[in-house]
Ligand binder design. Structure first.
Ligand SMILES: [Zn+2]
Length: 335
């Protein structure tokens, strides 16, 4: 295999922006020039159809994107995973794929099935399982290093990651997901503060079709500490030693780490499993729960209603009972 990693010198011709975000954009341009499938899939992204549902104080978009079929319908049970080649391990990457080494630990790659106009996948170099707890610090470093252009997101192994066996993050342009634009007004309208000190804020948000935990801080250390606490409290609420089901979106803005947690009850809604015309193939991960629902099948895009979205979000989000338990735990302990 030709050298997978491109250096600053390799990307110099494409470089327009600054920092790591600039290098990421340069990689995308380089790859569009040298990797035909990626170029064609980005061209196809120009033809995706989008519709918007207005819920008053916020909106949810639906994107018809046939390129996402493989990801949305990925079999992520242990047997299926053990029987396929890992598509994030370097020996299995497409021959034209190149990447940028990040902190000697991750590689930034262009996602060949884009949802965003700049869509990256950032796997660990080693094949280690998808797990956020050892990687919170990496996640927030990445959020800062990819600012201001991009947001980063994490899909738990049981709620949206199509490679639950290989640790990876994703990134896309900041502001694409409605939740990033809506979080400020949500906080004012229905945010219940659970931590407020000099540098940090944590809040629980309701009235949004799905329950949200929000965290912001100017300190990396504090962001990691509070994230770990939230994680542990979620484990307590779900009475599990495993990772609680989570989607997380993070970005760095106004010198602060801003983090949106979506605690989840289940991976896929009942509509996903129906084998009749009632079926809706929608497998929610960070992007969907962040406000851009991806339907790879046109019939689902055509027929989906605001009531379906409400029902799907309700099913996959943390249940009201667990949310209530979480609230009482937070009141006692998150500081
Ligand atoms: Zn792998």
């Amino acid at each position: 295999m030709a050298d997978l990693y491109l250096s600053g010198a390799d990307l110099a011709f494409y470089l327009k922006g600054k920092g790591f975000a600039g290098e990421a954009s340069a990689l995308l341009d380089q790859q569009k020039n040298s990797w035909e499938m990626l170029r064609l899939n980005y061209e196809a992204l120009g033809n995706v159809r989008v519709k918007t549902f207005d819920f008053g104080a916020f909106e949810v978009k639906v994107q018809f994107n046939p390129g996402r079929m493989t990801s949305s319908s990925a079999k992520v049970d242990a047997k299926s995973i053990s029987e396929r080649k890992c598509f994030l391990c370097r020996e299995n990457l497409p021959p034209d794929q190149r990447g940028i080494l990040y902190r000697e630990k991750f590689i930034l790659l262009c996602n060949p099935f884009p949802i965003f106009w700049n869509h990256f996948t950032i796997p660990r170099i080693e094949h280690v399982e998808q797990s956020i707890i050892p990687h919170f610090e990496d996640f927030y470093h990445l959020a800062k290093d990819l600012s201001p252009a991009f947001s980063v997101f994490y899909n738990g192994p049981k709620c949206g990651a199509s490679a639950p066996d290989h640790m990876h993050f994703q990134a896309g342009e900041r502001g694409f997901l409605p939740v990033e634009r809506e979080i400020g007004s949500l906080l004012k309208r229905s945010g219940q503060e659970i931590v407020q000190n000099g540098s940090s804020l944590a809040a629980m948000i309701e009235g949004y079709l799905r329950h949200v935990l929000y965290l912001e801080s100017d300190s990396l250390k504090e962001t990691v500490r509070l994230s770990e606490k939230m994680y542990n409290m979620l484990r307590d609420v779900f009475h599990t030693e495993e990772e609680p089901l989570l989607n997380i979106i993070a970005y760095y803005d106004e010198d602060r780490y801003k983090v949106i947690f979506f605690p989840r009850e289940r991976h896929r809604p009942s509509q996903y499993f129906i084998e009749s015309e009632e079926k809706i193939l929608l497998s929610p991960a960070s992007v969907d729960i962040g406000g851009v629902c991806i339907t790879p099948r046109e019939q689902d895009f055509e027929k989906i209603t605001s009531a379906d979205i409400e029902d799907i979000f309700w099913q996959v989000s943390i249940s009201p009972e667990k949310w209530y338990d979480l609230k009482s735990i937070f009141r006692k302990g998150l500081s």
